[in-house]
Design a protein around this ligand. Structure first.
Ligand SMILES: NC(=O)c1ccc[n+]([C@@H]2O[C@H](COP(=O)([O-])OP(=O)(O)OC[C@H]3O[C@@H](n4cnc5c(N)ncnc54)[C@H](OP(=O)(O)O)[C@@H]3O)[C@@H](O)[C@H]2O)c1
Length: 271
């Protein structure tokens, strides 16, 4: 496995197993994206509301890579017209299509059926390759599928050893929905945890690398954000070690439903 390795979506398309998040990556965005792509990152995650789309497009165009060489994930907001928002995102990026378009979060009422229909239309018209959701519970996903018959390719959700939901994972596995792990480094709030540090020391790796590796080995796709060159390099240097089963289980056991954003999805009633 390496940065060019991919995971298969239920639609038959493939997504890189590790990506770069860009929320709050508003400083030197184009430079950071170009540096990440030069290091071998092939997936970038953004959103219409991050303010990073123009910089991502610029950074990509500095590399000379072909558009097909990278995998671009972006999102539409839960309010407004998702079809028009899709077009606006593409315009900001300067791209003809996105690889994956997500509903950023469920609307305050309902499951977002109209948003979902708009993304289906955008996908059918070739504006996006795949469509998915973010911050969705099992119940809300089932509502969307019941109404439209269309299963999301991805649910992007906060996910780390300290906060994950095995019911959601089992449901996703059963339906073929891939879980993309956001805030996989706990927004750097738990990197001094003793279990992580001790484990990392045994493998000659950092706490952040242990967190990323846990995702890779558990079949979820992490999208750590990094602005600094050192962090970009460190987070990509996770393909030369393997956590053993005891360590994976010890990381699973850290679960306390922690959420740095207070948003981990346990059910529609709690969102
Ligand atoms: N769908 C959603 O609702 C949603 C919500 C939140 C996030 N996301 C996506 O998920 C991405 C990642 O989540 P996140 O940005 O919330 O948090 P994160 O990736 O868990 O953590 C980012 C923080 O960790 C630091 N960091 C990165 N690598 C490090 C390393 N090796 N050692 C020490 N610190 C390190 C970064 O510092 P520097 O930047 O200074 O390098 C930054 O402060 C976002 O950028 C966004 O694309 C989606």
């Amino acid at each position: 496995m390496d940065l060019s390795s991919t995971a298969r979506l239920h639609t038959g398309n493939h997504m890189p197993v590790l990506g770069l998040g860009t929320w709050q990556l508003t400083r030197n965005t184009a430079e950071t994206i170009a540096a990440a792509l030069a290091l071998g990152y092939r997936m970038i995650d953004t959103s219409g509301d991050y303010g990073t789309q123009p910089g991502i497009g610029d950074g990509f165009r500095r590399t000379g890579l072909d558009r097909r060489d990278i995998y671009l994930v972006t999102k539409v907001e839960e309010t407004g017209d998702a079809y028009q928002a899709t077009k606006a995102n593409l315009q900001e990026l300067g791209f003809d299509y996105a690889d994956l378009m997500l509903i950023h979060r469920p609307p305050s009422t309902g499951a977002g059926e109209e948003l979902w229909r708009a993304l289906i239309r955008a996908r059918d018209e070739g504006l996006v390759r795949d469509i998915g959701v973010s911050n969705y519970s099992i119940e809300l996903i089932e509502q969307l599928v019941d109404v439209t018959g269309e299963i999301p390719a991805v649910n992007q959700i906060e996910w780390s050893p300290f906060g994950h939901d095995m019911d959601l994972k089992h449901h996703a596995d059963f339906e073929g929905i891939l879980i993309q792990a956001y805030s996989p480094l706990t927004r750097a709030t738990r990197l001094d945890d003793e279990v992580l540090r001790d484990m990392g020391a045994r493998y000659g790796k950092s706490a952040a690398q242990v967190l990323i590796r846990w995702n890779l080995q558990r079949g979820t796709v992490p999208i750590p954000k990094a602005n600094s060159r050192d962090h970009l390099e460190e987070n990509a240097d996770v393909f030369d070690f393997t956590l053993d089963e005891n360590d994976l289980a010890a990381l699973d056991d850290l679960n306390e439903h922690f959420s740095s954003l207070g948003r981990l999805c346990k059910g529609a009633e709690e969102r």
